[in-house]
Design a binder for this molecule. Structure first.
Ligand code: NDP
Ligand code: 2IT
Length: 444
């Protein structure tokens, strides 16, 4: 058995019910074998055993009272996974599906993603099984206040800096920040994704989606392909999807489909993003409403069908495991040539194998969607300096970072002889820095 096989087998045995975590760990660990071949000292230091074990997990009760006066109880979590290269950093997810397996997968991914950004941030993730959908603003506020009442004991601008993820956007970050400030009586950059009037960074809202397209452009150009003129399909219609659509359109692509968890819209003329923004950002309504404003578009119930739409570039921006083997095969059959992951782990391991086997240009999440957390780190810098940069400055830094991430991933492929395969590239390039820092800091 190789070292990687040994560690993975132990992980499987110890966490049999954590399927998402095991899936993420499998993808990462098995691409790191070339690193361990080169660095036998890592095994002696049980580096991988330590890497897959979170430094700390906090789990807590979140009681709150709904608008009918009924007491509700949710589960709250923060996984402080790895602080080798900086304070824990990563989003909070509020979604009924949230459990420890999902947060551990997200936290593990986050370690390497944050390392890839070239900025000094460790990896963490948190959230709750609270469902913000259908709740009033007052209910969301009371929930956020209760959640922060416990979380505030464990975070801080130099300790752990949460941000948004699924179900956590500007509104939730505002309520969370207000409660933190009230409890701790300090005005620091303890959360990112804040509003622009109270310490947020220009460009953070757009950063993940824009960053995804900056990365995809690098990947296409590196392989002699053009960005403009391509037809794209984007799943989801949340923060990442909306700004991916905006940048893709700006780059001359035609986005013909978007979705939410109920179904998808197909608009052969190209998505009218103002309509989507009004539905999702202003009214918090369903994507099915789109066809009322654009009668030439169609709406189909169910999410999976979106991958049967013919496209050149697929940009999954909704959630994990949304492209399975079957969908990947259909995409390939329909002529897709590039896939860029805006969501975290949207492709199953089997789907990735289909893309690999068919030589599809594949931009894995931890590299392709790192623009969001990178801009969060820029927000932290601005907060520390008590200064703010212009939008143009932020986007210039963001596009430079995405370029550097692609170059570093490609260089890692070269260095370890894996061929141009960004799954290897991202895992190896991200891991090298964390591994070096962990080795330097002793057995901790
Ligand atoms: P949002 O909550 O803003 O949007 C999520 C979108 O995905 C919605 O359209 C939602 O539909 C859909 N969705 C969520 N869960 C499911 C599901 N189980 N099945 C089908 N559709 C679903 O979240 P974000 O846009 O912020 O996040 C999207 C993805 O991007 C996630 O994987 C997240 O981890 C990742 N990501 C986010 C970053 C950020 O900066 N926000 C940074 C990097 C990655 P509905 O409204 O019906 O639930
Ligand atoms: O998955 C992610 O990288 C995020 N949800 C963003 C995290 C952050 O701290 O900005």
């Amino acid at each position: 058995m190789t070292y990687v096989e040994e560690v993975y087998a132990k992980l499987e045995k110890e966490n049999p019910n954590e399927k998402e975590f095991l899936q993420a760990a499998k993808e990462i660990l098995f691409s790191l074998q070339p690193v361990f071949d080169k660095h036998p000292e890592y095994q002696k230091a049980a580096l991988l055993e330590r890497f897959v074990e979170p430094e700390r997990i906090i789990m807590f009760r979140v009681p709150w009272v709904d608008d009918n006066g009924v007491v509700q109880v949710n589960k709250g979590y923060r996984v402080q996974f790895n602080s080798a290269i900086g304070p824990y950093k990563g989003g909070l997810r509020f979604h009924p599906s949230v459990n420890l397996s999902i947060l551990k997968f997200l936290g593990l991914e986050q370690i390497l993603k944050n390392s890839l950004t070239t900025l000094p941030i460790g990896g963490g993730k948190g959230g709750s099984n609270f469902n913000p959908k259908g709740k009033s603003d007052a209910e969301v506020m009371r929930f956020c206040q209760s959640f922060m009442t416990e979380l505030s004991r464990h975070i801080g601008a130099d300790v752990d800096v949460p941000a948004g993820d699924i179900g956590v956007g500007g509104r939730e970050i505002g309520y969370l920040f207000g409660q933190y400030k009230r409890l701790r009586d300090e005005y620091t950059g303890v959360l990112t994704g804040k509003g622009l009037t109270y310490g947020g960074s220009l460009g953070r809202k757009e950063a993940t989606g824009y960053g995804l397209l900056f990365f995809v452009r690098e990947m296409l150009e590196y392989n002699g392909k053009k960005t403009n003129g391509n037809v794209a399909v984007i799943s989801g219609s949340g923060n990442v999807a909306i700004y991916a659509c905006e940048k893709a359109t700006e780059m001359g692509m035609k986005v013909v489909a978007m979705s939410d968890s109920d179904g998808y819209i197909y608009d052969p003329n190209g998505i009218n993003l103002d309509v989507v923004k009004d539905i999702k950002e202003v009214r918090r309504a369903r994507i099915s409403e789109y066809v009322k404003a654009v009668p030439t578009a169609t709406y189909t119930v169910g999410c999976k069908g979106i991958w049967t739409i013919k496209c050149d570039i697929a940009l999954p921006c909704a959630t994990q495991n949304e492209i399975d083997e079957e969908s990947a095969k259909i995409l390939v059959k329909n002529g897709v040539f590039a896939v860029g992951e805006g969501a975290n782990m949207p492709s199953t391991l089997e789907a990735i194998e289909v893309f690999r086997a068919n030589k599809i240009l594949f931009a894995p999440a931890k590299a392709a969607n790192a623009g969001g957390v990178a801009t969060s780190a820029l927000e932290m810098s601005q907060n520390s300096m008590r200064l703010s940069w212009s939008k143009a400055e932020v986007f210039e830094k963001l596009s430079g970072i995405m370029k550097a991430i692609h170059a570093n991933c490609a260089a890692a492929c070269e260095k370890y002889g894996t061929g141009y395969d960004l799954v290897y590239g991202a895992n190896i390039a991200g891991f090298e820095k964390v591994a070096d820092a962990m080795m330097a800091q002793g057995i901790v």
